[in-house]
Design a protein around this ligand. Structure first.
Ligand code: SF4
Length: 251
């Protein structure tokens, strides 16, 4: 499932309300430095037909047009969310795009929240970190507490260090949302003690203001993946809820 527009929606979501989406990757392709086995955009190798990344000027113009159109039509917008076909922070103009988006949000829909869904691989770059600090909801992915499991689930290209990602998350001083996918296959199970306990230790260490745990919702590129029910996930994260963590569970 690829988004064909740089700015799409608004679509209604229970969590975000009326949400406008921004895709900073190609309109007919996928670019990501992960290649997750559950990615709803499919494998990276199948999304290489279009490699044209929108410029900051393209994004600004598309967003301004859409916001003006919505305002004139009386369409509410509660949220502007970066969630495209790949990793948004790979767009080389990501910091400028964030600043432009906040400026346009303030001008057209000052109450709307700006969210960025990111795999967190680039939070160690000062310019990416600073840009993510500006938005209302930096939503940082951490599915696997060990590099071995990350290699199975997220399949990062190039070097990937869980410890460096965790250190990067610590620098947010709790002001971020962690997002974690719960799933299992024939050769791993994120609900096992070996995975769940170290993941919980990371949560305690980085102390996000909110944690979103979710499971497979759409067809996945890898076969044989199994989802969890909402009730199962609640049992798994109950110790953290009991410790006071704010956890949203989406089955
Ligand atoms: S990080 Fe997101 S876009 Fe990238 S492969 Fe994983 S699910 Fe897909």
């Amino acid at each position: 499932m690829l988004r064909e527009d740089t700015v799409f929606g608004p679509i209604f979501s229970r969590r975000l309300g009326s949400s406008l989406g921004i895709n900073l990757l190609p309109r007919n392709g996928k670019i990501c430095n992960f290649d997750c086995i559950y990615c709803e955009c499919g494998w990276n190798k199948d999304g290489r037909s279009d490699q044209v990344i929108p410029t900051a000027a393209d994004v600004r113009s598309a967003l301004e047009d859409k916001l003006r159109e919505c305002l004139l039509a009386g369409t509410p917008i509660d949220s502007i969310t970066f969630s495209g076909d790949g990793e948004p922070t790979l767009n080389p103009e990501f910091p400028r795009i964030i600043r432009d988006t906040l400026e346009l949000r303030d001008a057209f829909y000052p109450a709307a929240k700006v969210s960025v869904l990111t795999n967190a691989t680039r939070i160690g770059r000062p310019e990416v970190f600073e840009a993510l600090r500006l938005v209302d909801n930096p939503i940082l992915k951490l599915d696997a507490p060990t590099p071995e499991l990350a290699a199975r689930i997220n399949r990062p290209s190039g070097r990937y260090s869980v410890e460096e990602i965790v250190e990067g998350m610590e620098r947010f001083e709790g002001n971020f949302i962690m997002q974690t996918m719960f799933l299992r296959s024939a050769d791993f199970d994120t609900s096992s003690r070996e995975v769940l306990f170290p993941w919980m230790d990371i949560v305690r260490r980085v102390h996000p203001r909110e944690i979103m745990v979710y499971t497979i919702d759409r067809p996945t590129p890898a076969e044989g993946l199994q989802k969890f029910t909402e009730a199962e996930m609640r049992v798994l994260v109950q110790p953290l809820i009991d410790e006071g963590f704010n956890i949203q569970i989406k089955g």
